[in-house]
Design a protein around this ligand. Structure first.
Ligand code: AMP
Length: 220
């Protein structure tokens, strides 16, 4: 049976970084809705143009578009053993659609690590975040600097600051998260798959706790 892990947390909690580590450890693809949208914006596709206007404002791209995008991604052969989902689902409608789609793939949401970081740290983290142009690897001036300034450690591409990491947009993204995404915490807690992770620590310590969470998953 395929394994699906949904990483939940506010913007800036470290979902992308942890999803990347988990993806390598578990040999499952890292599926980030935000990365797929950014790739489409870079390639100037119709989808990219549509998504860009929402992303610029820190709003969510409508559910129908986002759900179709993830369905397409999870249907690809590299996801046959499952995936690490980062940034999806973000609304109760998306969570419902995900359950249905995973049932079609003979799977379910197996584990939801919820990475908790206090709101006051999120803005600081996002404003010092750098993203790699080629593959979206993430660095941070303070907590995880690249070896060479402005260059990705992994693929040597240039690092840039995301437009939506500007303080005005970040505030809106956090508000949108609290309103539309945070209800998913209780939803997944009630179905027994949620595992709280303290995200206010060093990357490697958060990653260690995630490994422990995998053992919790095996006990479910
Ligand atoms: P992220 O890289 O996950 O922080 O996502 C960046 C932006 O992409 C978000 O602020 C949204 O505008 C859009 N986005 C990413 N994932 C979703 C989603 N599941 N539903 C709607 N919009 C999304």
């Amino acid at each position: 049976m395929p394994i699906y892990i949904v990483i939940l947390g506010a913007p800036g909690a470290g979902k992308g970084t942890q999803a990347e580590i988990l993806s390598e450890n578990m040999n499952l693809p890292h599926v980030s809705s935000g990365d797929i949208f950014r790739e489409n914006i870079k390639n100037e596709t119709e989808l990219g143009k549509h998504a860009d206007s929402y992303m610029n404002r820190g709003e969510l791209v409508p559910d129908d578009v986002t759900i179709a995008l993830i369905r397409d991604r999870l249907s690809r052969p590299d996801c046959k053993n499952g995936a690490i989902l980062d940034g999806f689902p973000r609304t109760p409608g998306q969570a419902e659609a995900l359950d249905k789609m995973l049932a079609e793939f003979d799977g379910k949401v197996d584990l939801v690590p919820f990475i908790l970081v206090k709101d006051e740290y999120l803005i600081e983290r996002l404003s010092s975040r750098w993203t790699c142009k080629d593959q979206g690897h993430i660095f941070n001036d303070k907590f995880n600097p690249p070896k060479e300034e402005g260059i990705c450690d992994f693929d040597g591409s240039e690092l840039y600051q995301r437009d939506d990491d500007k303080p005005e947009t970040v505030k809106n993204r956090i508000a949108v998260y609290l309103e539309q995404t945070s209800p998913l915490i209780e939803h997944y807690r009630s179905t027994g798959v949620l595992k709280d992770i303290n995200g206010a620590r060093k990357i490697e310590n958060v990653a260690k706790e995630l490994v422990l969470a995998l053992q919790f998953m095996e006990e479910l």
